[in-house]
Design a protein around this ligand. Sequence first.
Ligand code: ADP
Length: 399
Amino acid sequence: MTQPVTLTLNAGSSSLKFSLYDITGAPVQLAIGNVENIGRQPRLKASLGDGVPRVERELSPSEASDHPSTLKTVLTLLREHFPKAHAAVVGHRVVHGGPRFSEPMAVTDEVMAELRTLSPFAPIHQPHNLAGIEAARAAFPDALQVACFDTAFHRHHPKANDVFALPREYYDKGIRRYGFHGLSYEYVSGELKRIAPLLHAGRVVVAHLGNGASMCGILDGRSVASTMGFTALDGLPMGTRCGQVDPGVIFYMVQQEGRTIDEVRDIFYNKSGLLGLSGISNDMRVLESAGVPEANEAVDYFVFRIRRELGGLAAALGGLDALVFCGGIGENSRKIRRRICDGMDWIGIELDHDRNDSGAQVISTDFSRARIMVIATNEEIVIARAAKRLLSEQAGAGA
Ligand code: ADP
């Protein structure tokens, strides 16, 4: 007897995150892990189910020299632990679905060709996501490959939240406010529907605060506005990304400082945000305990921008019924949640400090007009569910 599973893959420039779900019924996670530093000093971390000690080890360069060899190594490990698993479908996280893809898609040669045309929109992520799909197609030639897009959840933004005030031709060329972290927002919104359907039907702001950070205004389960725009660089300051800056800064760096565009990109993506402002670290835990003015300033700016965007998103939604925190910082830092919420009673939120400190799911007071919640996000299960759904649809269509 084989065990039907779906493998989910999230391929980055030098990393491969993976998970394995049993899809006999509703997807149940069997394993989760990642390989970091592919091609340099690769390191594998994985949890392989209940009762199995967590695997954590260096890999030899040949075990993870590129995406195909890394996938092979991961598959060898998974086959050892789940010998009966049979992957009829592989689900992929793909950062960009462009203007067209607003739903998960079965990958065909045509879909791949279209996704390649989107690489210039997300040069740091898209080519690697697609390399992950190619590696999985080679490893599982008979399996269905499903692409799930970070942009898809936002594809129904009203036009006013989809445009930049550039010459019209740029909209037609695809220069739009796509928004990202869509798989996380879809999960959180789905959980809210399950836990509190009335709130889900209302005006919700979700703050996904991790190393990458963004916020999304959601009305009746649909994204209305997001702090991220054309790329995953806009909006909130992040671990190493700057968030919103005046584009004039780019002209200054290029024209006055003589920097190349690649240098500017490196500054914006890798040297800015919490790391750039603090000069110490991109890690919120380090900054919270550093106790030096530069670290405090970086955290002050992070909190300030979140509060400012909360006001803007509530305006876009016409009010606020719920604020939901997720992501590594949103789920774990009671201090940051407190700093964001305190003094925001004018917008209708009142934090209960004891609930916030105790790790409760609802952290607002009973008198708060809008509810404040913490929901641990789970992007992998969104991919696993989509993969299972498309597999069933394909089986249905073939029957
Ligand atoms: P990614 O965007 O890479 O998935 P995560 O969602 O894992 O990132 O979030 C990573 C961030 O969460 C880091 O800045 C880390 O310091 C922060 N974080 C994790 N746990 C805590 C904690 N207990 N307190 C404060 N920050 C935390």
